[in-house]
Design a protein around this ligand. Structure first.
Ligand SMILES: C[S@@+](CC[C@H](N)C(=O)[O-])C[C@H]1O[C@@H](n2cnc3c(N)ncnc32)[C@H](O)[C@@H]1O
Length: 283
């Protein structure tokens, strides 16, 4: 039997029409839905198999993930695919309506590296619009590149895994920023860009061997930024030399940069791994 819900649950969107704090948006997997505010449309098929191409478009895992589906069978598929890792709240809702049609319908669920979101204003205020190029080392899904490309930056993502680069290209295409983005399959050790090529270099959760740190730094143009967000000593994954030591980035770059942010704090629960949140500006 199919049950219906008539309005968006208040656990998702408040009666005044704002998203609840622990909700990034709604995943709408219904086939022919009426529009729902703050929803992103994907198909149940996208999630039928583990490791589907659109995982990177889901919200951070500490947030509630509201999902709308058509049938009990779809609910089971989504539950099997997602519930283990996401806090999924799946409802069968072919007749969902929302009284206030003025609410936003265009939305994304995914988030960039939190530090990038936090410091985006600083970047905008301190870079000229014609000097907004970025390289993301170990770009993975390409989320940071796409986030910046959607805001007018020219972005280059590099990753050592070819399939990852293909997915990043698809991700960029779904967000209509292919002209602003390039993705290349290359090892950081093999990069051949000249010195001073980029206004921002991002290292987000990517292990960069210490022997390559000078090379990475040389890619930043004078006045450009280095954003480095990585796991610290004390993590159980990754481990060993792949972890940063406390204060290590400051010690390495202090004499040649102005440090803007140097914080060491845990990721949001339930992850809780200690991480460095480091932003500096090359003199
Ligand atoms: C944990 S993921 C982080 C992805 C992305 N930066 C993010 O925060 O969503 C690390 C990525 O770095 C890539 N990677 C690891 N070593 C690399 C290397 N030597 N050169 C290029 N990419 C590398 C991996 O393939 C992986 O996609």
């Amino acid at each position: 039997m199919t049950s219906t819900i008539e309005i968006i649950p208040e656990e998702w969107i408040s009666t005044t029409g704002t998203l609840q704090d622990n909700v990034a948006g709604i995943l709408d997997c219904r086939k022919n839905p009426l529009p729902v505010p703050y929803a992103v449309k994907m198909s149940v098929e996208d999630f039928r198999y583990h490791g589907g191409p659109r995982w990177c478009e889901l919200p951070p895992r500490h947030l509630l993930l509201p999902i709308l589906v058509d049938t009990e069978e779809d609910k089971i598929v989504m539950h099997d695919g997602l519930a283990e890792k996401w806090r999924a709240d799946i409802r069968i809702g072919p007749n969902v309506t929302y009284p206030d049609v003025a609410l936003p319908y265009r939305h994304v669920l995914w988030r960039p590296t939190p530090l990038l979101e936090d410091i985006f204003q600083i970047l905008e205020e301190n870079t000229q619009p014609d000097k907004r190029s970025v390289i993301d080392l170990g770009c993975g899904s390409g989320r940071d590149c796409v986030y910046l490309a959607m805001r007018g930056w020219f972005t280059v993502g590099i990753d050592i895994v070819p399939k990852t680069c293909t997915r990043a290209q698809e991700f960029a295409s779904r967000h209509h920023v292919t002209e602003q983005t390039e993705f290349h399959t290359v090892d950081i050790a093999e990069l051949e860009y000249p010195e001073n090529s980029f206004d921002l270099v991002i290292v987000a959760r990517t292990y960069v061997p210490r022997s390559l740190w000078d090379k990475v730094f040389s890619l930043i143009a004078p006045g450009g930024y280095l954003l480095w967000h990585h796991f610290l000593d004390g993590c159980n994954h990754p481990t060993g030399e792949k972890l940063l030591k406390k204060g290590e980035l400051r010690e390495k770059f202090d004499s040649v940069v102005d440090i803007v942010i140097d914080e060491e704090k845990e990721l949001a629960a339930p992850d809780n791994r200690p991480c460095s949140h480091f932003l500096c500006r090359k003199r």
